[in-house]
Design a protein around this ligand. Structure first.
Ligand SMILES: Cc1cc2nc3c(=O)[nH]c(=O)nc-3n(C[C@H](O)[C@H](O)[C@H](O)COP(=O)(O)OP(=O)(O)OC[C@H]3O[C@@H](n4cnc5c(N)ncnc54)[C@H](O)[C@@H]3O)c2cc1C
Ligand code: SF4
Length: 472
């Protein structure tokens, strides 16, 4: 380790007060000032063997970029991050750092780890705010063409690396706007669209073409795309929602979280009345599930005007999969948590709208195959909760369209695309990565998969190792 001694506490993140922020969709954390960023960066010990990097799925050069911030060289810090992660303003906001780089930071053993995510966000925001974003120099074209299916973080990261190495890249996206979950899932109050658009702009400066409203499997099949491209990367995500399978789930006012968030984020219900596409939630909203998706849906419902938003979860607080920060933000915004509870039936009014959720209490039994204690129903404990809207956020599955229209693409029993260590699928020239391979995971894991596949594609097309371009 270097000679620095930790002298101060971790800098807290300034945030907007809860009663103000539930009235709009603007971002909740305000971000570090330059003084705060320098003070936080100076806490870093500049370890010779930086454990933080071990915890990062894309191996961001953490001590180096943190040191540049400590020296006040903010835009250089952003460029250092971009050597291994093309989208630092996104990752600085949505990565679960507490389970990755900050979990392994040595300062965490005796106190609080360096706030790596907040510093990443600061550097990227500074570079953008000061118009200092530079597209790296373009290498000579290789003459190879690659198609990327899906414009979520996996597809975008793969496209960025391949473009940096001189390949001609086209991204195909079924929605009318690119970004995947970053656009239609994660709400604006966690990831402002200006940030996402700026990162996409960086991609177009790299020369990547994005074709929206292009449904692979309908507009063209993978086999047809292979006639235009030398290789294909499939990153279509896991956007097909799971449901509870209980009576009444087809009543009006019952949404999957995916549909609810897509309506708000993509069809602009978050900008009503500016856009005439409102989503009416009524006063009583029940959100079933306890992951990040459930927290996003609950906090979105509050912002759409719901008075009583209740998260119903069949296990306890300790088992909630959502990030601690998201749970805290939800509770500050008056989202109520009901633990050890499971809806068993939804009942509607004469017009077919959901009005009552019949719930049953649960208790924790023996551990299941995941190691978590299994929720067991308490017989005779049923009671009713009033509802106007029910949002089901209990996980997602792979969309079958690409596998169904690509006969020689092997998939797992649960419909996820099978790959080898290099990211190659069973079909020659076709690679895959992100949620369509792993099931629902994280933004940075999808990006890591995209980057690994980009390396494999580059090797398979050129027979050479990738240059130290966007990758480092
Ligand atoms: C509401 C929500 C909140 C989340 N919050 C976080 C968070 O805070 N932090 C975090 O790390 N992770 C979070 N996640 C998980 C994370 O967003 C995903 O793991 C990640 O986006 C997966 O990236 P991907 O590129 O594999 O797929 P996706 O982001 O799902 O992108 C897939 C893209 O492919 C497109 N597509 C699908 N089929 C086709 C087709 N046939 N033709 C053309 N295009 C197609 C889709 O429209 C989509 O744009 C969240 C997920 C959700 C749903
Ligand atoms: S961020 Fe933590 S682990 Fe990484 S170099 Fe600094 S003190 Fe060491």
């Amino acid at each position: 380790m270097g000679s620095r001694v930790m002298t101060q506490q971790r800098q807290p993140m300034p945030e907007r007060p809860a009663d103000e922020r539930v009235r709009d969709f603007d971002e909740v954390p305000i971000g570090y000032t330059a003084e705060m960023a320098v003070a936080e960066a100076q806490r870093c010990l500049q370890c010779k063997r930086p454990m933080c990097v071990e915890g990062c799925p894309v191996k961001v050069k953490i001590p180096q970029f943190v040191e540049l911030i400590a020296q006040g060289r903010f835009s250089e810090a952003a460029r250092k991050i971009k050597q291994t992660n093309a989208f630092p303003a996104i990752c600085g906001r949505v990565c679960p750092q507490e389970g990755q780089c900050e979990l392994t930071c040595v300062l965490g053993r005796r106190g609080e780890p360096v706030a790596i995510g907040r510093l990443e966000r600061f550097a990227a925001d500074w570079e953008r705010a000061h118009d200092e974003v530079e597209a790296p120099a373009h290498p000579a074209p290789t003459g190879h063409s690659i198609g990327v299916v899906g414009s979520g973080p996996g597809g975008l990261a793969c496209a960025a690396d391949l473009a940096m190495w001189g390949h001609d890249v086209t991204v195909y996206e079924l929605f009318h706007a690119p970004g995947g979950v970053l656009r239609y899932g994660i709400p604006r109050f966690r990831l402002p669209r200006a940030v996402l658009n700026a990162e996409l702009d960086y991609l177009s400066k790299l020369g990547v073409t994005i074709r929206t409203n292009f449904v692979v499997g309908r507009t063209a099949t993978i086999d047809e795309l292979l006639q235009e491209h030398d290789a294909i990367f499939v990153a279509t995500g896991a956007g097909l929602p799971r449901f509870l399978g209980i009576p009444g789930e087809n009543l009006l006012g019952v949404y999957s979280a995916n549909e609810f968030l897509t309506r708000v984020n993509l069809m602009r219900a978050d900008r009503f009345p500016e856009y005439d596409t409102p989503v009416h939630c009524g006063d009583n909203v029940i959100v079933v599930g306890a992951g990040n998706v459930a927290m996003d849906a609950a906090r979105t419902a509050r912002r759409l005007g719901a008075e009583n938003v209740t998260v119903v979860y069949r296990r306890t607080r300790g088992e909630m999969p959502a990030r601690v920060e998201e749970i805290e933000h939800a509770e500050q915004e008056d989202v109520r948590m009901h633990f050890l509870l499971s809806p068993i039936e939804l009942r509607g009014d004469d017009d077919g709208w959901a009005r009552v959720a019949v719930c049953r209490r649960m208790e924790l039994g023996e551990p299941d195959e995941t190691g978590r204690r299994r929720p067991v129903p308490v017989e005779g404990s049923e009671f009713e909760l009033p509802c106007d809207t029910v949002i089901v956020a209990v996980g997602s599955r792979a969309h079958p369209l690409v596998p169904d229209t690509t006969p020689d693409l092997d998939v797992s029993r649960r419909g996820y695309v099978a790959i080898d260590d290099s990211g190659a699928t069973s079909k020659p020239g076709v690679f895959a990565g992100g949620d369509i391979v792993t099931g629902s995971a994280t933004v940075i894991e999808a990006m890591g998969a995209g980057r690994r596949a980009a390396e494999s594609i580059h090797r398979s097309l050129t027979g050479q190792e990738p240059p130290n371009g966007n990758g480092g």
